[in-house]
Design a protein around this ligand. Structure first.
Ligand code: AMP
Length: 215
């Protein structure tokens, strides 16, 4: 199973990817997570990426492609992978196809998680993540029972820098302009599938598994 997850910021791609990881033991490759780790580690690449991320713009293709290629070559990707937040534009999608052709691992499916545009703002402004284990919450729809601490591990919850209202608008504009054309790209290749991203996390996951033909 080699999947690209498509969907707007806030559609729940990361949440569904984590559930696929737990159940099917294939790795999630989130370029956003890789970039945030580079920023936190203070690497040169992280410093270069941070300004774009804070503005809600895309980081340069050269940075992202290098990171993804390195990750895809690791042993744990041999049995499949879930790309989350990548590709984000047509040139990344074309580069990914070339990369996967070289590795002899073509994509199985591009799965879009569809959420009405008007719901995305609340999902993003309400989003909180555990610093320790990465578990995600939403203060409106799925709050932690322990307030600002994680239900699972007690870690501190934080709001991503780019989940502030000003930046969110920009990210959604960038998504519409640069990422939405990928529906057409994968549609033409005949590998586009979609699920509704509205409902409970488990309901959505059931549909994800159904659409992917998983048990
Ligand atoms: P995400 O966690 O996927 O919402 O990504 C957070 C931010 O990281 C985005 O707003 C971009 O600035 C950057 N980013 C993540 N993935 C990519 C990508 N594939 N290409 C360019 N920039 C990215």
């Amino acid at each position: 199973m080699r999947i690209v997850l498509l969907g707007a910021p806030g559609a729940g791609k990361g949440t569904q990817a984590k559930k696929l990881v737990d159940k099917y033991k294939i790795p999630q490759i989130s370029t956003g997570d890789l970039l945030r780790a580079a920023v936190a580690a203070g690497t040169a690449l992280g410093k270069e990426a941070k300004a774009c991320m804070d503005r809600g713009e895309l980081v340069s293709d050269s940075i992202v492609l290098g990171m993804v290629e390195e990750r895809l070559k690791q042993e744990d990707c041999k049995n499949g992978f879930i790309l989350d937040g990548f590709p984000r534009n047509t040139s990344q999608a074309e580069a990914l196809d070339r990369m996967l052709a070289n590795l002899n691992m073509p994509l199985t499916c591009a799965l879009s998680v569809d959420v009405p545009f008007e719901d995305l703002m609340k999902r993003l402004t309400g989003r909180r993540t555990c610093k320790a284990c990465g578990q995600m919450y939403n203060v409106y729809f799925n709050p932690s029972q322990k307030g600002n601490s994680c239900d699972k591990c007690g870690g501190e919850l934080f709001q991503r820098d780019d989940d502030k209202e000003e930046t969110i608008k920009k990210r959604l504009d960038v998504y519409n302009a640069q990422t939405a054309p990928l529906f057409d790209y994968y549609g033409k290749k005949g590998i586009l599938k979609s699920v509704s991203g509205t409902g409970s996390i488990d309901e959505i996951f059931d549909n994800v598994c159904k659409v992917l033909g998983l048990k």
